[in-house]
Write a protein that binds this ligand. Structure first.
Ligand code: F6R
Length: 258
């Protein structure tokens, strides 16, 4: 794992957007794993502004609420249409989001896993991190080997996301269909972005704490190709900061991103 701290939110977002644009330029038919949430809105804006072509890309989103129609403004399909898909040249037939409205959620989950496999697997997976330590909607006690399935959301997550539902936690769906931790770890590269002081403690637990299903994001420590990109505020509880900065300043792969 590499942890890169940028001096501001804008520069952290900029780095993630550049990494993604570079991956797409190197492999125009790349299979992307995408995330939603407030943190990612800026990444998608940067990517749209960069003029990156998504023409041949395929994408798989991490998660979707259970029981929200695709047309609902709070659905993650709606989020992706608004922030990315309608603004770039991606073929919408190549965009995939778990079917949170399926009558049989187990079947929808299995189909999603099969589709990812048939596509050849995810090349680069974008991740945010929730206050509950989740990646995707893998709430505490999600098995590190878990696959796509329905998951009940914690009160912490529902409170975190209430802002998008008119500030009322009762409006936040109780469940989501999410890629599992195991599904995420199968991606060939992980890029996790966290910004803001509210994320500082959970970022430190995920990066430097024990690997535990109580903090699903700690499973990224098992991944051989994982980058965590944070701003100063989200980095402030990291113990090993000096060394992480040294790596970023000295490893040749980062020379063009300084
Ligand atoms: C969203 C997702 C979540 C978010 C996380 C952070 O698809 O998978 O794990 O990335 O909840 O959300 P924000 O960015 O709103 O703090």
């Amino acid at each position: 794992m590499e942890v890169i701290t940028r001096p501001s939110v804008e520069l952290a977002v900029d780095l993630v957007a550049r990494l993604l644009a570079d991956r797409i330029a190197a492999n125009p038919s790349i299979v992307l794993g995408l995330a939603t949430g407030r943190t990612m809105e800026r990444v998608y804006k940067r990517l749209v502004d960069s003029g990156t072509s998504f023409k041949r890309c395929r994408s798989f989103n991490l998660d979707e609420y259970v029981g929200l129609p695709e047309s609902d403004i709070h659905s993650y399909r709606h989020y992706m249409q608004t922030h990315l898909f309608s603004k770039v040249d991606i073929d919408e037939a190549n965009t995939h989001i778990p079917d949170g409205n399926a009558v049989d959620l187990n079947d929808a989950a299995e189909r999603y896993e099969n589709l990812i496999s048939l596509s050849g697997g995810i090349e680069v997976q974008l991740l945010g991190i929730g206050a509950a330590g989740h990646i995707g909607f893998n709430e505490p006690l999600s098995s590190i080997m878990s696959r796509t399935r329905a998951k009940s959301l914690t009160p912490t997550t529902r409170a975190q996301n209430a802002e998008m539902f008119g500030g009322d936690i009762n409006n936040v769906p109780k469940r989501a269909l999410t890629m599992g931790v195991g599904t995420i770890l199968d991606a060939r590269e992980l890029i996790l972005l966290a910004t803001g002081s509210a994320k500082a403690s959970i970022v430190a637990k995920a990066v430097e704490g024990p690997i535990t299903s109580m903090v699903s994001a700690s499973a990224i420590q098992l991944h051989p190709n994982c980058k965590v990109i944070v701003d100063e505020a989200a980095a402030k509880e990291l113990q090993g900061r000096e060394y992480y900065d040294f790596v970023f300043e000295n490893e040749p792969e980062w020379s063009s991103y300084q």
